[in-house]
Design a binder for this molecule. Structure first.
Ligand SMILES: NC(=O)c1ccc[n+]([C@@H]2O[C@H](COP(=O)([O-])OP(=O)(O)OC[C@H]3O[C@@H](n4cnc5c(N)ncnc54)[C@H](OP(=O)(O)O)[C@@H]3O)[C@@H](O)[C@H]2O)c1
Length: 310
């Protein structure tokens, strides 16, 4: 159940049967001038089965505005025949994409995802910091519209495997701490991935005989503590430094031994295989998926797919 942030079961979130068809998938990108948006732009443009039909940045003058291109990026997009917009809803109405990929801000993201679904467009969102109640709203609308929706706070395949390994290791240890390290521009802390790791590990730790668990403030409690934020009884520590990208470490402790599991995203390119997988998968989904693990399990190269291969 830990793969499901919405309260539904993984079965309910599993992709439905593929509808087939070799038509190119029409993609629009919101937040295209951002760090992730630019990577998604390059990744989508390199894929022969994907067509970029629209790109959104609030800095763009917009193709329909009759104004000169607002930036070098906008001029480049226009020269490639990509329609540019300053507003996502206008982009959706004008280009009717199959999929909207959005990496924006936690304030903007829920509204963009809901607008996409309302317009019959499947959202693929990587923006972090989504409140759980908005996720429930998105899941309900995706179900009602019978459309796929993907909201995944970490598109890295390696980070997904880290989660699987953490789940496997936890029952063998009585204590664990999580350290997450990110670039200094990341706004939210702890990272959504670190919270999810703690929630996976905490309930599975072998706490008998009871270990002296340090007294920490509960999640959301006022004030901070140098021993970290307690999430499911697991201390989570956050580091923000220039030079870092995205790194997660779990340290398990037992009698006279430790086990360290660590994943490093060395550049934002590391998220692109997961994003591209989601763009293709969302076309055959019905309902919301919030974990890359579910998409990988259904993929020909993923764990269950590998078992299906003769
Ligand atoms: N899921 C993953 O695997 C993954 C990996 C890395 C990062 N992330 C997350 O992705 C998000 C974006 O990260 P980033 O590093 O690309 O940030 P960024 O460089 O600041 O880019 C965000 C872009 O979003 C647009 N934006 C911001 N507020 C907006 C609003 N209210 N309405 C419309 N557009 C808005 C901005 O574009 P304009 O100002 O040009 O409109 C900006 O370029 C963050 O939440 C980050 O934590 C997720």
């Amino acid at each position: 159940m830990d793969r499901d942030q919405t309260g539904g079961t993984p079965r309910e979130q599993r992709p439905s049967a593929a509808k087939g068809g070799a038509r190119r998938i029409r993609v629009a990108i919101a937040g295209v001038s951002g760090r992730m948006g630019r990577e998604v732009l390059a990744a989508v443009q390199a894929e022969p089965d994907l067509t970029l039909v629209g790109a959104v940045s609030r800095r763009f003058a917009g193709t329909g505005g009759g104004l000169a291109a607002g930036s070098a990026l906008e001029a480049d997009l226009r020269s490639r025949g990509v329609a540019t917009f300053a507003d996502t809803k206008r982009c959706l109405e004008a280009t009717s994409p199959d999929v909207l990929v959005e990496f924006t801000s936690s304030a903007a993201s829920p509204g963009l995802i809901l607008a996409a679904l309302e317009g019959g467009v499947r959202p693929v969102s990587g923006t972090t910091g989504m409140p759980p109640e908005r996720l429930l709203e998105i899941g309900a609308l995706a179900e009602a519209k019978r459309l796929g929706a993907v909201v995944i706070p970490n598109f890295s395949v390696g980070a997904t495997v880290l989660r699987i390994l953490a789940r496997t290791a936890a029952p063998f240890f009585g204590a664990c701490e999580v350290v997450e390290l990110h670039h200094d521009q990341k706004r939210d802390a702890p990272s959504g991935t670190a919270l999810a790791l703690a929630e996976v590990v905490g309930p599975r730790l072998r706490r008998t005989p009871p270990l002296p668990v340090p007294a920490l403030p509960a999640q959301g409690a006022p004030g901070s503590d140098p021993r970290g934020l307690a999430v499911a009884g697991v201390p989570v520590h956050s580091v923000r430094l220039p030079g870092l990208v995205a790194h997660h470490e779990l340290i398990f402790g037992a009698t006279d031994e430790t086990l360290t599991l660590r994943h490093d995203s060395l550049s934002r390119v590391s998220f692109m295989p997961g994003v591209l997988l989601a763009v293709r998968a969302v076309m055959r989904l019905s309902g919301l998926v919030t974990s890359l693990e579910d998409l990988l399990a259904d993929h020909p190269d993923g764990p269950s797919g590998a078992r299906r291969t003769p």
